[in-house]
Structures are given as C-alpha cells and as structure tokens.
Design a binder for this molecule. Structure first.
Ligand SMILES: [Zn+2]
Length: 289
C-alpha cells in the first residue's frame, strides 16, 4: 500500500496497478475490479479527527489505514462509504466502533445483499464477513465537519444510483468515488446514462479545483488530483458509448481511438487494463438496449 498526500490534511491509501501483483490466484473481485486498475481510499484529517472515505478491499488494508492514521495522532474516525460495491466496503469491520455514513440507497443495497456478500456469493469470493452496515444515512446533502473544517456529503446517481461524493469547499476538492475514473468509468447501470450526464453537470457547478477518484493514476493523485476536465472526459466517454448503440462501426474501435480527444487534451491517461473494462462496457450497453 502506498500512502500519498494529494492535499493538506488529505491522504490517499493506494494499492494496485503493479504488473504481476495479485491478491489471489484465479478470478476474484479484489484483483479484477480493483487492484488490476489501482484503487485508493481517502482520509481527511484535522485535529485528531478523520473522515475515512471507503474502507478499501480487505480487512488488512483497512487495518493499515487505521494504524497509519492513529500513528498520526487521529483518535476519532467517521467512515463515509462512496457506494455499495465490494472494493469500497470490504474493510468496514475494522471501524465497527465508529459511525458509518452512507446514502440511504447504499444502506438498502448492502442490507439486501448482506447474506450473499458474507457468504462470498454476491460477486464470488472472497467473502466479506462480517459485512458492517451503515449506522447513519443521508438522502440529498449532508454537512459534516472534521476537526472544525466543513465538508459536505452529496448523494448522486453516477456509475451507481447510491453514490456519495465528498466536497471540501475550502479546498475546492471533490472526492468523487467511482463517479469518475481514469481511464474510463465502469458501466453497471447503462439505462441511467441520461441521469449520469445530468449529475456530472451538477458536479461541475461545484467548480472543483481538483478531483480525486478512487480509481486513477497514483502519480496524478499524489500530485494533487485531476482538473475539472475529468468531468468532461467522463461525459465524452458516456456519449461515445451511447453512439455505439446506433453506430455498429464504433463497437470494435479500440479505447485509445474512441477517447483520443480526451487523451490528447491530457484530461485522462491511457492505462491498458481499461481496454478490458471498455469491452465489457460495450457489451453491457448493447445488452441493455
Ligand atoms: Zn470501485
């Protein structure tokens, strides 16, 4: 695990994007959805208090985060879950003595699938047992403070309908979860593309100076994060996928060709393992017609 510091009082706990490094043999959601692409959890820290945004892919990862922050003097933790996908909630048991905040929809989805997740039957193994559920939910927006510094939790529907992003108004910093990724968004709910595009526009209205996604390039995250152009790159990719529905010639295009504009502009960087994500996205979009 690499500990990066993208901003004053903000840590990124980054793992993955390492050739030949795997969590386990055979297909599993830790390697296939997270470590192969790279994954970060974040902490916002002020005056011995921390907001931890996602609990990472395992108990071991979450324990590392907690021990690191305690070694920095943190004594009080609040957990915020970006959404219900397993690579974001697997370590919550390490913080079972803390408040765990998520959107009402995240709580609903995790509760509904709790037994399957605890038996390794939801996305397959490894099981997350026990799965610690949210203790507190938000609906639309919810103000929060860490060591007296204000931040805001915002529920949105991008990538998944239960997403919660964290907005730090004083630093104009957006912790965006999986609503955006570098290189491309992972599509799970293609029937909601119109809603995703509308909500990406709403995130732009916040006028973020920097954006920190959970799946992105460690060198960019460590250097402070992405510019607002990450929003535009995500919109352009969603629109390109929509065109794949009507224009069969686009369906076999390589990812680099499809997103050439965003790559040339430097809004995102090409990372080859996202080619497989793109192929799956195209299939998901076509199957949903
Ligand atoms: Zn994810």
């Amino acid at each position: 695990m690499r500990v990066l510091q993208p901003a004053e009082g903000v840590y990124a706990f980054y793992d993955g994007r390492i050739d030949g490094y795997r969590f386990a043999e055979g297909p599993n959601w830790v390697d296939d959805g997270a470590l192969s692409l790279g994954i970060a959890s974040y902490a916002v820290v002020h005056d011995r208090e921390a907001i931890v945004y996602d609990t990472h892919v395992s108990i071991e990862h979450a324990s590392y985060i907690r021990e690191f922050l305690e070694s920095q003097g943190v004594r009080s933790f609040t957990i915020v879950l970006s959404h219900w996908h397993l690579d974001h909630v697997a370590g919550t048991a390490v913080f079972a003595d803390c408040e765990v905040i998520a959107s009402e929809r995240t709580a609903e989805l995790l509760t509904r699938s709790q037994s399957a997740i605890e038996h390794g039957e939801h996305e397959g193994p490894p099981a997350i047992d026990p799965l610690v559920l949210p203790t507190s939910v938000l609906r639309d927006r919810r103000p929060l403070a860490v060591g007296g510094v204000p931040l805001e939790l915002i529920h949105t529907n991008i990538h998944s309908d239960d997403a919660t992003v964290v907005w730090l108004p004083e630093q104009q910093l957006l912790l965006c979860g999986d609503t955006m990724e570098d290189t491309i968004t992972y599509v799970d709910e293609p029937e909601s593309f119109d809603v995703h595009l509308a909500n990406l526009s709403r995130l732009r209205e916040l006028a973020p100076d920097r954006i920190l996604p959970n799946h992105g390039a460690p060198e960019i995250i460590g250097a402070g994060g992405y510019s607002q152009d990450l929003i535009g790159a995500t919109e352009q990719y969603i629109r390109a996928l929509e065109r794949c529905r009507t224009d069969p010639s686009l369906r076999d295009a390589g990812l680099q060709q499809l997103i050439a504009g965003s790559l040339e502009a430097g809004s995102i960087r090409y990372y080859a393992p996202y080619e497989a994500v793109h192929r799956e996205n195209v299939e998901t979009v076509l199957a949903a017609r």
